[in-house]
Design a protein around this ligand. Structure first.
Ligand SMILES: [Zn+2]
Ligand SMILES: [Zn+2]
Length: 335
């Protein structure tokens, strides 16, 4: 019996009668993480891992009906044993483990296998069937070491601060922004953020994640000399807006896994591209799948056919799952 099937409302667990990251309103929604394509409005009730509570309430409203569980804790629902396990993607992100009559499935949502210091690192969970994303499921995607990427970002900032030019670094406001803040060398100059970023920083700090001091960019007048040494973290939607004018002749960059593709950077029209993703790269996907010991793999979003074909050639029973995920950070904002 399949513990998860694709329905028009979302991924559905028939024996448990609940959905995982549904894209249409349903009674019971189990949420892997708080990105917009996985956690949507209008569910009767939400169940999520405890560290994602602050972000879910900040984004969906403080009055949503939300129950949380610590990683590793389990509950029984209609005979289905359910537990959350770290996915290493963003604060609170979880893989959902389902066990029913000896059969184990894991729905991993989005995941990244490299620890980043801003959320619980990915933990492989043994299962019979693994549901995997495939956002960067092509062999060309191999991430450089994070330490090297942060060295590049800090060098770029230092060089611009030396000539008195503001740096504007575009990235997704939830997850990527906090990861970048965590890796910045705060000795170089003041760190400014857009209004879309700071409320999420607050939730991270309350969760005990160490972030450097940040100020609202909007509090600085255009003539303020401190702006010339500053690095500004802003969502891509701020690019080209009047909000940018205060920075004068600034240097800009974009941080995303898609920056591995030269064409993407050119389309973005920014000076620099930094390759930094919150998703697993190709070797990361294959490693994670192998670690689960699963014989069956359901692939949800991204380069689905490539990963399915590759896994089938290696003797696994791999299939595509049609979903509406992928309209989030890296994907939507470089489309
Ligand atoms: Zn995500
Ligand atoms: Zn996603």
């Amino acid at each position: 019996m399949d513990l998860v099937i694709a329905r028009p409302e979302g991924l559905y667990c028939p024996p448990g009668d609940f959905y995982i990251d549904p894209w249409k309103p349903v009674q019971r929604a189990v949420i892997t993480h708080a990105h917009g394509d996985h956690a949507r409005w209008g569910m009767g009730g939400y169940l999520a891992a405890q560290p994602s509570e602050g972000i879910l309430r900040a984004r969906l409203g403080s009055d949503i009906r939300l129950q949380t569980m610590a990683y590793g804790e389990s509950i029984d629902h209609h005979g289905v044993r359910l537990s959350f396990h770290p996915a290493g993607h963003v604060l609170g992100s979880a893989q959902v483990r389902l066990e029913y009559r000896g059969e184990v499935w894991v729905a991993s949502g989005d995941y990244k296998v490299e620890p980043d210091g801003t959320c619980e690192p990915f933990v492989p969970v043994r299962c019979h069937t693994f549901i995997s994303e495939s956002t960067f499921g092509l062999p060309i995607y191999r991430w450089p070491a994070q330490a090297e990427v942060f060295r590049q970002i800090n060098d770029w900032w230092r060089a611009n601060a030396a000539v008195g030019r503001t740096c504007v670094l575009f990235c997704y406001a939830f997850g990527k922004a906090q990861r970048i803040l965590h890796g910045l060398d705060a000795d170089i100059g003041p760190i400014l953020v857009h209004g879309a970023v700071e409320p999420l920083n607050r939730v991270y700090r309350e969760a005990g994640v160490c972030l450097p001091e940040t100020c609202y960019a909007g509090d600085f007048a255009r003539s303020d000399p401190r702006l010339r040494q500053a690095l500004v973290v802003a969502p891509p939607s701020a690019g080209g807006s009047t909000w940018m004018r205060r920075f004068g002749d600034y240097a800009d960059a974009f941080a995303s896994g898609w920056m591995m593709l030269r064409g993407t950077r050119r389309r973005r029209g920014v000076d620099r591209g930094f390759v930094l993703s919150d998703h697993a790269d190709w070797p990361g996907l294959l490693w994670a799948i192998e670690q689960t010991g699963a014989e069956r793999v359901m692939v949800t979003h991204g380069s689905v056919s490539t990963l399915v074909r590759y896994l089938c050639e290696r003797g696994l029973d791999a299939q595509a799952f049609a979903t509406e995920y992928g309209e989030e950070d890296d994907v939507a904002e470089t489309a």
